[in-house]
Design a protein around this ligand. Sequence first.
Ligand code: SF4
Length: 418
Amino acid sequence: MTKARQRRLRCTARLKEVMGGHFSALAKASKTGSAPIAWCTSVGPAEILRALGFEVYFPENHGAALGASRMANRVMPRAHAMGYSQEICSYLTSDIGAHLAGVTPLAKAGLESIPKADVLVFSTNQCRDVREWFEYYGREWSVPVLGITAPRSVDQVEQAIVDDVTFQMEALIPPLESIAGTSMDSARLSEVVKLSRECSDLWKRCLQTAQTIPSPLTFFDGTIQMGPAVVLRGSAEATAYYRVLLEELQERVAGGVAAVEGEKYRLFWDGMPIWGKLSDNSTLLAEMKTCVVASTYCNSWIFDALDASDPLPSMARASLELFIARSEGAKQWVLEEMIEAFQVDGLVFHDSRTCPNNSNARYGMPARLQKKTGVPVLVIDGDLNDLRCYSDEQARTNFEGFIEQIADSKAFRSRVES
Ligand code: SF4
């Protein structure tokens, strides 16, 4: 197997500065009380919090950092010992375990410990686990836990459910105003929603550059590059960063520069990344001249519905249109569109043991999609953080067999067409 080059993006250095700025602001608020701190789920109502002057902290980002740094498996047993099952979200068990152990990979970014919240705000649009996670800290610190109970498995995003979630968002504002010690300024909320929408549009355009053959971007780059869209949406820093990233990607497209040198095969990744194996998976696939060009995961921070002229209803709609919150039928439709737009040769479904919410291989989707589109599928077992659920040997064998199958079918097609 030849050693293939994966090209690093120039702006990764800048990304570190932007993310560092976010953690410095949290460290300052934590130490000096310069601003109230709100925890928010990754696709929760962050714009309301930012508009009220909270520093916003996203614990799923910490969960991912625990996985990527491979600290997760060392600390999870502490949460398991408290009665949090090994079968529930391993972000949750890693994060609570790290808290109990008094360690964090964010120490490198200047945070001695996770920032203590003044309030924790969840939305169940992605799963139930986030609520249980926040309730733990609510009890631990005796601080309020507020949230939105959103429907899941949504087929059509009907106006009635948009109205329900909008109403729940409105109801969050008075208690949050009282914790923040300020009143909501509707012009400021519109401004934050406008910035969030700009961030979403720019991030979408970055991801869409991967429709080009060869692709200037891989899914593995995307999981790192999406940092500002996750933790800084609604801020000018995030939009400024994605302008720079987009320029670099467009430069690659214009010059025909591939993220994976000699790209021959293009895959789609469904489900969570395997954080502790990101680099291994990326290298393994690059060796096979395979680029993972798109994913449902990186697309989760695209919010086409956001509208500064109608902040709360548009936020509600955006939170309901999320892929993870949709029915099997709606998800299949999205996947079919992506297969075509990104011209993929195969689909990888990561069946993540502790996140059934973001694993789409359990209700027949792979077989249905393969039948309908003719594109081969591979289901791999693993987990976002718990590496006991993942086997290097098995993954290598599966990936190699899958790429061989794709190569054979491409060769056959080209013989038939010539
Ligand atoms: S969606 Fe999955 S990974 Fe994310 S918080 Fe919920 S269970 Fe955990």
